[in-house]
Design a protein around this ligand. Structure first.
Ligand code: ADQ
Length: 468
């Protein structure tokens, strides 16, 4: 996120900044810059009551820690893709080294009563590095991606070290109860500490809370943005270009976990098995490129582009391009407006921690005439959005049938499903998520009946994950 929070940052970054703004605090993380001679000394910018402290990475650190270990070992393993795991000793060392350096950079800025909230898979050993430097602060960790069962997780290089390092946190949060269970199971199987009741684990002298904290969105704000989005120029152009056809939308970063290739296959299967829909629907897939310097991503970019081209070639007609595949980022108002005009939202990841697009799609709908969400059962969002049409994204024929069902769903059923889901999103907002996590992290003082000490600087301190 930019230091002044000024651009179209995602809902999550905005929400975290909002949480910080309430009491003031320090935001620490990677600047997003790669420089020849990276200094351990953070660059500090004050914006209101938030201090932003950011550090650069050297090319070697970036290659080994970020593009290497984080995105070629942790990301595939956490998304159940053992086949894509790349083990490289230098990458593994780089990952731990950068966490150590980051902890050393943050150390001089920390105060004894700061609550520290660390985010995502780039920073698993961060608490353990801070503990080695003598910090006893309450430290929480939230993992934004799934945590797999132990048979898969144990393929990680330095697996045992990871689990032990996670023992440095006081609270470890996941999106779903399954992820939390998987993680606790890993500890049990490796004989690390012992489970002491539901969601609590004792490791040496530390009692760790392990739980599910499903992340939300700013539901009302997104719904308002969608209303405004209807007037957006891009949305209007899109509407005109549809010439009365129904719109099916998919919005994902270009990533193998999102199941885009399988989705194109499902759409193609839908058209072939439902010829009445030929020339009556358009599938728009908006997919900004990501991590293009990781070889698996480069290959996938080419494959998906080719696949959508081939599908258009075989299904299309002179006056109908079935799939519009766009590799770019779209502004939030336009995105919300596009969700709102869509009859169907296709969110079919092969595995996803949560998937905020699913929630945004629901929040953006017209209450009187909502579109239908077709959602993968392997997205964390499926726990809360179980009134969507749930699918197995690997099964093209079943997904094709789900698309047909979604397009033909009677208004009354659409309204019922949408109303139930929207109520949940209005309760489980991103603000509620922040509040619940921080209350759990700060809980010890209250549990012991101690009054909460006022914090001079507020103290909640998200360590921002590197951009993914
Ligand atoms: P991501 O894998 O990035 O996040 P997701 O949760 O879907 O996935 O969030 C994507 C965000 O980017 C959404 O807010 C969406 O609107 C935005 N976005 C996507 N494509 C866009 C485009 N073309 N233009 C503009 N905006 C676009 C990780 C995990 C998820 C988890 C989140 C939050 O992988 O499982 O839900 O973190 O915890």
């Amino acid at each position: 996120m930019p230091k002044d929070g000024s651009t179209e940052a995602g809902g999550l970054a905005v929400a975290l900044e909002g949480a910080l703004k309430q009491n003031g605090g320090l935001w620490f993380g990677w600047s997003g810059k790669i420089v020849g001679n990276a200094s351990e000394q953070p660059e500090i910018v004050q914006a209101g009551n938030i201090t932003f402290a950011v550090v650069d990475l050297s090319q070697k650190d970036y290659d080994e820690y970020y593009a290497g270990f984080a995105n070629r070992a942790l990301w595939p393993i956490c998304h159940y893709r053992l086949d894509l795991l790349q083990i490289d000793r230098h990458d593994t060392e780089g990952y731990f080294r950068v966490n150590r350096t980051f902890a050393a950079s943050l150390a001089p800025l920390l105060r004894p009563d700061d609550l520290i909230w660390v985010h995502d898979y780039h920073f698993i050993p961060f608490a353990s590095e801070l503990r080695k430097l003598g910090f006893n602060n309450r430290i929480g960790f939230f993992l934004h991606i799934p945590w797999p069962p132990s048979d898969i997780a144990s393929a990680l290089p330095a697996y045992e070290r990871f689990l032990k390092d996670l023992g440095g946190y006081d609270v470890i949060g996941f999106h779903t109860p399954q992820d939390a269970e998987n993680f606790q199971q890993c500890l049990v199987r490796e004989g690390i500490g012992s489970a002491v009741g539901a969601g609590e684990h004792q490791i040496d002298s530390r009692r760790i809370r392990i739980g599910a904290f499903p992340v939300g969105i700013d539901t009302e704000a997104f719904a308002r943005t969608a209303v405004r989005g209807e007037k957006n120029a891009l949305v209007r152009r899109m509407q005109a270009s549809l010439a009365g056809r129904d719109l099916i939308i998919g919005v994902d970063r270009l990533d193998y976990s999102k199941g885009i290739k399988q989705r194109i296959e499902s759409f193609s299967c839908f058209i072939r098995s439902n010829p009445a829909f030929r020339n009556r629907v358009t599938y728009l897939q908006i997919t900004p490129k990501s991590r293009s310097d990781v070889p698996e991503y480069k290959r996938m970019q080419r494959e998906i582009a080719e696949h959508s081209g081939t599908t258009n070639g075989s299904l299309g007609e002179v006056d109908w391009t079935p799939i519009r595949y766009v590799n770019r980022t779209v502004g939030h108002a336009a995105l919300a407006g596009l969700y709102r005009m869509s009859r169907v939202g296709l969110v079919t990841p092969l595995r996803d921690g949560m998937n905020l697009v699913a929630k945004e799609f629901v929040a953006a709908q017209r209450p009187e005439d909502p579109g239908v969400l077709v959602l993968s059962r392997f997205a964390g969002a499926a726990h809360e959005l179980d009134c969507s049409v749930l699918v197995n994204p690997y099964d093209a024929e079943a997904c094709a049938a789900a698309i047909a069902r979604a397009l033909q769903m009677p208004l009354e059923e659409r309204r019922e499903r949408w109303t139930t889901m929207m109520k949940r999103l209005q309760t489980n907002t991103v603000e509620a998520w922040c509040g619940q996590f921080l209350a759990c992290l700060d809980g010890e003082a209250e549990l012991q009946g101690e009054p909460r000490r006022p914090r001079e600087r507020g103290g909640s301190l998200p360590l921002e994950a590197a951009p993914i």
